[in-house]
Design a protein around this ligand. Structure first.
Ligand code: M6R
Length: 360
């Protein structure tokens, strides 16, 4: 069942190349130049988009916000379902709600769906489990096609959500005539190449994660930092680590560090930084200098050509713009996995957690 892997989580991390392929299947025009999403064809482009989700699905939504704003120029808010359901939320005419849920059964997310439907909003569901409550009750549902996810820690489902969210941003950007054909083609070409590229990269990434896990698993607490579209990844890296290794971890927007968390930095409180080759790299670099000035140890997830001198430099391949996420995400997942496994934790069934949270 585990296909020779020690845990379902590891198997599912290694399934991500196939997941990307499956997510793209049937969603490209015959010439592969455009996105086809029949599920959205009948609906207008949202004037504002409200994304609602929990946990890892919330992080996927937060990542998508950068693309929706940048490529499709859709004002986007991303909400934690358990907060949204009890707020006096305001939905304008032309607004649409996107609920993201792997299981399609998360109680708070489902409650939000029912609430906004009562307010007359159109709901798009992004689900993995076919026929789940959220899938059934949404006005239109897009399936992530990731296959069953057994491990409580969600890995390949997030990867599939990111692929579909990328396609949605391209689809809406094109409908608004905001994308040049070149940008769309470049993005889709990159997406199509990711499975092969990732397949080759994953074994080495696992080795690096294993080495780092041995060096850092004695830490009692970890700080994950990122900026821009890497900020949601910092949150996700921290969630994965605490969920399966029980090491306390906090994900933070790197620029917020000086507003409090910097007081915690000392040689026993390591930082895991997302320092990818994007426009914000120089800002992250200077945040890391602030950590180093306080003798904090740093693991930096970065790429060739980036100038960083920190304790542990972990280079991942380049894809294209925000699509580097398809390498950064498994790196974070593998790091958490290797730490938890090294510490002898029950990786697939972490204590106190359930795969789908059907109570509020
Ligand atoms: O099934 P959902 O996507 O609605 O689940 C949401 C969260 O419960 C889930 O992502 C949780 O945070 C994972 N265990 C994280 O790995």
């Amino acid at each position: 069942q585990k296909g020779g892997y020690k845990h379902f989580m590891l198997k599912e991390i290694f399934e991500q190349p196939m997941v990307v392929t499956n997510c793209l299947t049937g969603r490209l025009s015959p010439d592969h130049k455009h996105v086809t999403l029949p599920e959205l064809e009948e609906m207008p482009v949202p004037e504002r988009l409200h994304i609602i989700a929990c946990g890892t699905s919330f992080h996927a939504g937060l990542w998508a916000m950068y693309l929706m704003e940048n490529w499709a120029k859709i004002p986007t808010s991303v909400e934690i379902a358990s907060e949204y359901r009890y707020r006096d939320t305001i939905l304008g005419e032309g607004d649409q709600v996107l609920v993201i849920s792997q299981s399609g059964e998360t109680a708070d997310t489902l409650a939000c769906l029912r609430k906004v439907k009562e307010q007359g909003a159109k709901v798009i569901g992004l689900c993995n489990v076919v026929g789940s409550s959220i899938a059934r009750e949404s006005d239109t549902v897009i399936y992530t096609q990731a296959g069953p996810e057994i491990s409580v820690a969600s890995t390949k489902a997030m990867c599939s959500q990111l692929v579909v969210l990328t396609l949605m941003a391209l689809f809406w950007g094109r409908r608004k005539n905001l994308l040049t054909e070149m940008a769309e083609t470049e993005c889709l070409d990159t997406l199509k190449r990711i499975p092969e590229h990732l397949e080759t990269a994953l074994p080495e990434m696992r080795e690096t994660a294993r080495t780092l896990a041995r060096q850092y698993s004695g830490a009692r607490s970890f700080l994950f930092l990122g900026r821009g579209s890497c900020y949601p990844l910092a949150l996700e890296g921290a969630l994965k680590l605490k969920e399966i290794s029980y090491i306390h971890a906090e994900g933070y927007a790197a620029g917020e560090m000086k507003h409090g968390p910097i007081a915690l930095i000392d040689p026993d409180f390591p930082t895991f930084a997302l320092a990818l080759a994007d426009d914000l790299f120089p800002k992250v670099q200077s945040n890391l200098q602030e950590v180093q000035a306080r003798n904090g140890k740093i693991i930096a997830l970065t790429q060739d050509g980036m100038d960083l001198t920190v304790d542990s430099v972990w280079k991942i391949p380049h894809a294209w713009g925000p699509l580097d996420v398809f390498f950064a995400l498994p790196a974070l997942q593998l790091f958490a996995y290797e730490v938890a496994d090294y510490l002898g934790k029950d990786v697939d069934q972490p204590r106190n957690l359930a795969k789908s949270v059907t109570v509020e």
